[in-house]
Design a protein around this ligand. Structure first.
Ligand SMILES: N[C@@H](CCC(=O)N[C@@H](CS)C(=O)NCC(=O)O)C(=O)O
Length: 213
């Protein structure tokens, strides 16, 4: 797709890890986009207006020339295929599968266990919830698995020495605000090393929750 007539809008809320993955990927692909802030603390994701845009009532949603796309993994694959410059997946099918498995370890094995809707649901049953007590066992399992994958396949970055979509998933999972309160991240040295390298790249810069437009 030619980039000259592109209208890209990212439904997002800064400080939250899943939409942050997509904004990293858009920046790595050098695609201009307009953020549209869906105020999650005020539960705007549940509004009638946003439910029409994203039936699962979550961010991110990527709107590209009027088409709506959901789920950061699907969006990552779309961006890679549609805008092949600055490649974010390796060449061979096997290597691609390893990178995708790192992304899914974050998406399915870590992120759901500290999502706000998860705590809200638990809160229906336990009024006085201790977030760390509930999340830590799941997060430890997910981060341990990711650390093992990166130890085996990583280099300067999560997979070898090129930035891939695995880095766009890993970085927000590690640098996102609440995670360090829930789990001891010092236990994952392979991840820490890669994240410190990614700290040097402007595309990955932290988007502070107070900086919504
Ligand atoms: N698997 C989804 C996860 C999206 C997700 O859970 N987003 C969170 C923000 S990080 C959200 O919108 N939470 C609102 C809620 O839980 O009600 C993706 O990768 O896009």
């Amino acid at each position: 797709m030619s980039t000259s007539r592109l209208a890209i809008r990212l439904y997002t809320y800064r400080g939250y890890s899943a939409p942050w993955r997509v904004s990293i990927m858009l920046k790595l692909k050098q695609l201009q986009f307009q953020p549209f802030f869906v105020n999650l603390p005020k539960a705007e994701q549940l509004s009638n207006m946003y439910s029409q845009i994203n039936p699962l009532q979550i961010v991110p949603t990527l709107e590209i020339n009027g088409q709506l796309l959901h789920e950061s993994m699907a969006i990552a694959e779309y961006l890679e295929e549609e805008f092949p410059r600055n490649k974010l997946l390796p060449k061979s099918p096997l290597d691609k599968a390893i990178v995708r498995s790192m992304c899914e370890t974050v998406n399915s094995g870590i992120h759901p266990y500290h999502a706000s809707r998860f705590y809200k649901y638990v809160h229906n049953y336990v009024t006085d919830i201790n977030r760390q007590e509930i999340s830590e066992p799941f997060l430890e399992r997910g981060f341990t698995a990711l650390n093992t994958l990166v130890e085996k396949h990583g280099g300067d970055y999560a997979f070898g020495n090129q930035v891939t979509i695995a880095d766009a998933f890993l970085y927000p999972a590690f640098r996102g605000d609440d995670v360090s309160y829930l789990v001891n991240l010092d236990k994952y040295p392979a991840l820490k090393k890669v994240v410190e390298n990614l700290d040097q790249l402007s595309e990955f810069a932290y988007e502070h929750p107070d900086s919504q437009g």
